[in-house]
Design a protein around this ligand. Structure first.
Ligand code: URA
Length: 248
């Protein structure tokens, strides 16, 4: 809301609020940050917390400020990391700059991947985009590369496409999903829902088990060649692509 107002009215922003909202420090710590000379505004370090500044004129330790909200980034999620701010062990936020954890508005995962799942994870502080990508009504496609414990039986393609598969403990069958067989124990699965452990439970329903799971695409956006554990901001055109409904 704060950044929304700033953008619309093209206001300058209070320096302490700007720095704390981007996670550089808390409002209380701003004075120390300024006193120690970490911050400059248009090259000057004679600053006060309540001064109003144009964000593009501010540097911290000689670097331009992080992008203002809204931001959207992709991470090639490594295995062993949880999609949670409150993880007891490694978290996907460990792959990002520390200050991204405390940005306001919050940088949230766009849907969750299991701890052992790798691949395309989007994070955003844009509530509207988050809703558009995760709402069950929107049917955004997600493509997964799956490795299985046992050889595929040959019946899975039709079962997943049928729209009749009922997962254990659920009352509503899954929407049709597309399975492309790539090898005896390898497949690509495209689903347009995001039910709890959906891919693993789909193969469990066939008596099989997923031994590795990697997400390669969300909507029209592919992970591409981003190395595991690395992240990058999306280009504006990529964000546009995400807003377009479905299919690669
Ligand atoms: N389905 C799963 O079972 N796990 C994931 O991480 C994503 C989809």
């Amino acid at each position: 809301m704060f950044f929304e107002l700033v953008r619309k009215a093209n206001y300058d922003m209070r320096l302490d609020k700007l720095l704390s909202s981007l996670g550089y420090c808390s409002r209380r710590e701003v004075r120390a940050l300024l006193r120690e000379g970490h911050v400059t505004v248009s090259g000057s370090s004679r600053l006060s917390p309540d001064m109003h500044v144009e964000p593009s004129s501010v540097s911290v330790d000689g670097e331009a400020l992080d992008a203002l909200p809204p931001i959207v980034l992709m991470l090639n999620k490594p295995a062993g990391h949880e999609c949670s701010h409150a993880a007891s062990g490694p978290s996907v936020y460990d792959c990002l700059p520390d200050r991204f954890r405390v940005r306001n508005p919050t940088l949230a995962c766009v849907g969750r991947l299991d701890k052992d799942t790798t691949g395309l994870l989007l994070l955003t502080d844009d509530g509207e985009l988050l809703h558009a990508l995760t709402s069950p009504k929107k049917h955004v496609e997600k493509a997964y590369r799956v490795t299985l414990r046992d050889t595929l039986k040959g019946t899975e393609v039709a079962l997943f496409a049928s729209g009749n598969l009922l997962l254990d403990g659920e009352e509503k069958p899954l929407l049709p999903a597309v399975l492309l067989v790539l090898g005896e124990r390898e497949a690509e699965l495209v689903i347009c829902e995001g039910r709890f452990h959906q891919v693993k439970r789909m193969f469990e329903a066939c008596g099989n088990e997923v031994v590795s799971l990697h997400r390669a695409r969300v909507g029209k956006l592919e992970l591409g060649t981003l190395p595991e554990g690395e992240w990058r901001f999306l280009e504006p055109l990529e964000v546009e692509l995400l807003r377009q409904p479905n299919q690669a």
